[in-house]
Design a protein around this ligand. Structure first.
Ligand SMILES: CC(C)(COP(=O)(O)OP(=O)(O)OC[C@H]1O[C@@H](n2cnc3c(N)ncnc32)[C@H](O)[C@@H]1OP(=O)(O)O)[C@@H](O)C(=O)NCCC(=O)NCCS
Length: 150
C-alpha cells in the first residue's frame, strides 16, 4: 500500500477511479482545475509493480477548516483498508497545514461511506435535505465533522 500526495499530473488517474465509483463521473479536466485551486490537495493510493491506482481522496483546506470533496476506491480493492488509509493521510496533511477540523457531505443512503467515516473518527453534525439531485428525486446529505487538533 503506497500513498502519496499528487497534483494535476494525476488528473487522469483520479478521473478513472472516480468513473468506476460514481454514476456522474468528473472529467480529468475538472480534476486538473480543482487541483490548481487554492487549498486543494489529493492523495493517491497505489499498489503493485508497475503501480496500479487503487483509490484517492480529494480535499480542500482553507482558513483552518478542511473538507473532503470526494473519495473513491476501485471496486475491486474495497474493504482492504484503502479508504481508511486515504482519510488518515488526508487528515494528517490538513492538520499539518493548519486545519483544526475536517468536514464532509455524504448521501444519507451511502452506508459504506458513512461507515468508513464513522470508523475514521467523524460524527454526524447536520442534514441537508434534498442536497443531491437524483433521477428518483433529490437525496439528503449528512454533514459529518472530525476534530483534527486532538
Ligand atoms: C466508501 C469507500 C471509499 C470505502 O473504501 P474502502 O477502501 O472499501 O474502505 P476501507 O476498507 O478502508 O474500510 C474501512 C472501514 O469502513 C467501514 N466500511 C467500509 N466499507 C463498508 C461497507 N461496504 N459496509 C460496511 N462498512 C464499511 C468498515 O468499518 C471498514 O472496516 P472493516 O473493513 O475492518 O470492517 C468505497 O466504498 C467507495 O469508493 N465507494 C464509492 C464512492 C463513494 O461513495 N465515496 C464516498 C462519497 S462521500
Amino acid at each position: 500500500m503506497n500513498l502519496r500526495p499528487v497534483g494535476s499530473e494525476a488528473a487522469f488517474d483520479l478521473a478513472d477511479l472516480h468513473d468506476k465509483a460514481f454514476d456522474r463521473p468528473w472529467t480529468a479536466l475538472a480534476f486538473d482545475e480543482l487541483l490548481k485551486s487554492p487549498g486543494v490537495f489529493a492523495v493517491l493510493g497505489e499498489a503493485g509493480e508497475p503501480a496500479t491506482a487503487k483509490g484517492f481522496v480529494l480535499c480542500r483546506a482553507i482558513a483552518g477548516e478542511a473538507e473532503i470533496l470526494t473519495i473513491a476506491v476501485d471496486p475491486a480493492a474495497r474493504r482492504r483498508g484503502w479508504g481508511a488509509a486515504l482519510v488518515a493521510m488526508a487528515a494528517g496533511i490538513a492538520r499539518e497545514t493548519g486545519s483544526e477540523a475536517m468536514f464532509l457531505e455524504v448521501a444519507a443512503d451511502n452506508t459504506a461511506a458513512i461507515a468508513l467515516y464513522q470508523a475514521t473518527g467523524f460524527s454526524r453534525v447536520g442534514l441537508r435535505k434534498g442536497y443531491y439531485p437524483h433521477a428518483d428525486g433529490a437525496k439528503d446529505a449528512v454533514v459529518m465533522r472530525r476534530a483534527l487538533n486532538t
